[in-house]
Design a protein around this ligand. Sequence first.
Ligand SMILES: Cc1cc2nc3c(=O)[nH]c(=O)nc-3n(C[C@H](O)[C@H](O)[C@H](O)COP(=O)(O)OP(=O)(O)OC[C@H]3O[C@@H](n4cnc5c(N)ncnc54)[C@H](O)[C@@H]3O)c2cc1C
Length: 395
Amino acid sequence: MEFLKFDPKLCSLCGECIKKCPFGAISMDKEGITMNENCRMCGICVRECPHQALHFEQKAGGEDKSKWKGILVYAELERGQIHPVVYELIGEARKLAAKVGYSVYGVMVGSEGTKEKAKRLLEYGVDEVFVYEHKGFEGFRADCYADAVADCISHLKPSVVLIGGTSLGRSLAPRLSTRFHTGLTADCTKLEMKDNTDLVQIRPAFGGNIMAQILITESRPQFATVRYKVMDKAEKVANPTGKVTMCPVTDIMVKSRIEVLSAQVLEHVKSIEEEDVLVVAGRGAQKAVEELSELAGLLGGQLCFTRPMVEAGYGDTAHQIGLSGRTVKPKLILTFGVSGAIQFTACMNGSECIVAVNQDEEAPIFKIASICIKDDLYQVLPALITELKNRKDGE
Ligand SMILES: Cc1cc2nc3c(=O)[nH]c(=O)nc-3n(C[C@H](O)[C@H](O)[C@H](O)COP(=O)(O)OP(=O)(O)OC[C@H]3O[C@@H](n4cnc5c(N)ncnc54)[C@H](O)[C@@H]3O)c2cc1C
């Protein structure tokens, strides 16, 4: 914890800060006052110190990089199941780790039964999974989960921490990077490892007009989040050799300042990220939304939209593809009346087969499409629907 400094000349070792710290983050030894990873930078100790011996030191860095080794993947549990993004992060972690000879670790936090789930990660080549299992971890509470993962990080000292760009991950990652006073790059679309262990975190910036390469050169660990369906899933290994390690859970870890008054489990609706087939309505298809919905149904997929269509009220943001929407990677995606702006294509160009219908032969979508149909969508669409219906009737 480099960011809270104490001045030995002013400190009288009265211990007032230790008494006042609500997180048990301060201890005293011969050297004076030291902070641990439980510190949440609440500033109470700074305010309460009678001698003004504590102050925030905002300068990051100066870490000895060689002391931070390995790649840690946060293994998120969603309704008790391993979130599929975890397998993608492991796949990416293994590629990055191979470049510099690092090990790949996992950390899993949850209630009873977490250890059994953690074992599944070993099949994907994870060297060691650290498990924080306690009934107090039932249901996500950001402060408790951050405490547990921070504990793992401070013991393990990984060079890189990868977290899924999920609702939970987006809450957890900034809390952790703040505690370790280091950098976090959200929603990376590509990661590369330099020989000196700096992680090149690549993501669209300035509205998708450039692909920024972001580096954390002075501090460790390097935090990055990656959305589901951006990276390839890890392959299973033939002879797993990894192990699961149970970690002690302290009372402080499970003590939350968040009180859950009630919780309601919503019915699981298949998200567009999970679909194999997607049909996209762009601004050129405003009068064909109903037909496109029918086409999506015939193909057994879902209808999605570009941002202007969502802004015009045709769909919700859960069905918007793009930088300010979702990233998808289906087996088949058909776009109708979509121009192919970078903010849209950056989040769907990993799809296996892209079929684009647009009447403008210069439309950028044709640069990434596997099948380009330069035509009026209002002609193509009814013909396609009729053909599919005929085939279904013939089955
Ligand atoms: C910071 C930022 C974030 C953004 N995030 C997103 C995002 O998440 N998702 C997103 O989609 N956009 C996003 N955008 C907007 C993006 O730049 C584009 O404006 C948008 O993707 C264009 O949507 P479109 O292709 O539906 O519309 P248009 O660009 O207007 O394209 C309509 C297309 O329809 C074709 N067309 C019209 N009539 C027919 C017809 N009869 N038959 C066949 N083709 C026809 C036209 O030739 C045209 O190519 C973002 C922009 C910024 C700056």
